[in-house]
Write a protein that binds this ligand. Sequence first.
Ligand SMILES: Cc1ncc(COP(=O)(O)O)c(C=O)c1O
Length: 373
Amino acid sequence: MRYPPFEIERFFMRHEFSAPYAISASDCEPLTMDEILALAGPERREQFERMWLGYTESLGHPELRAAIAGMHAGIDAGHVLEVVPEEGIFVAMTGLLNAGDHVVAIHPAFQSLYELARSSGCEVTFWRARDGDDGWTIDIDELETLIRPDTKMLIVNFPHNPSGLLPTRADFERIVELARRHNLILYSDEIYRFAEYDPAARLPSACELYERSLVLGGLSKCFGLPGLRVGWLITRDAELMRACQDVKSYTTICGSAPSEILALIALENAEALIARCIDIVQSNIEVTRSMIDRHSDLFRIHFPRAGTVGLAELTADAGVSDFAQAAVEGAGVMVLPAKVMQFEGNYFRMGFGRRDLPHALEVFESFALDYLR
Ligand SMILES: Cc1ncc(COP(=O)(O)O)c(C=O)c1O
């Protein structure tokens, strides 16, 4: 099978480790090894130091699977498959979809969420998030019109990358009901879940509501641990689980032994790590708000209610792709433009999770004023 270039990954490959400033990162400030080990109790610390560096259990470390299950109502360790987050998308799409299947996918989206379905020979219909006066919106009546008798899977991602959109609970339940009524596999990417600024806004996980859902989660975003490469797929459907396990045997086979123990330490300290993330994000949102208020003739944004990302619009008379190119070349600021995320409009992604965002925004602001005025 051939896969088209993953535009966002190409972009990050080119700039992530050379541009000194990032305003579009999707992760929360990564922890250092010292910081994560400082959270470990003496037993985990000893377990980490004495760990055997052999192959690990292919479904994931039993304690880790139990800890992940414990974060989801009605789920047990048998419903959990440990994966690298991106691998979770790969095993789900390649394991469950066949050429000729019809798939409905939210758009814009992290490219692999729809590209792998296309590469598998599926017909993909986009369910488009729209920029409304009061925030990004999705239309569930429209979703209903997109579902066909041959639709096999519905792909959603809330909190949404890149817009930050988080539906109401009632709307999310309507989406789940639609999936149920049409017997669809509901692929729910929840990798930005747990970082709702108001805990009451947290949606139930799709795996808690619907048996034929497949949920992706992981430690890359709100837990600040993307370098561990630890994520999970959850489903209560044994057939879906089996299909994903089978593909995993062709990808990583099993998880990384050190990462599994570090992931356990992270989940035992989940509340503190999530609070840390929300703290950083909320403070960065205020700094960004001030910057945008100062230049409301140039930029516009709906701030998210959850997660680490949002979409800003460049309302000045300039194309965002050229603007982003000039920003990275001229000022060393990495700005992710809409085109790299394969959608139209003069938007760029804002990432609120990095501690140095206030400084990066100062450099960005001074570049933007020179370039745009
Ligand atoms: C919605 C979504 N799902 C999955 C992933 C994959 O996570 P990772 O890059 O840690 O594999 C990402 C990464 O940006 C993402 O935004």
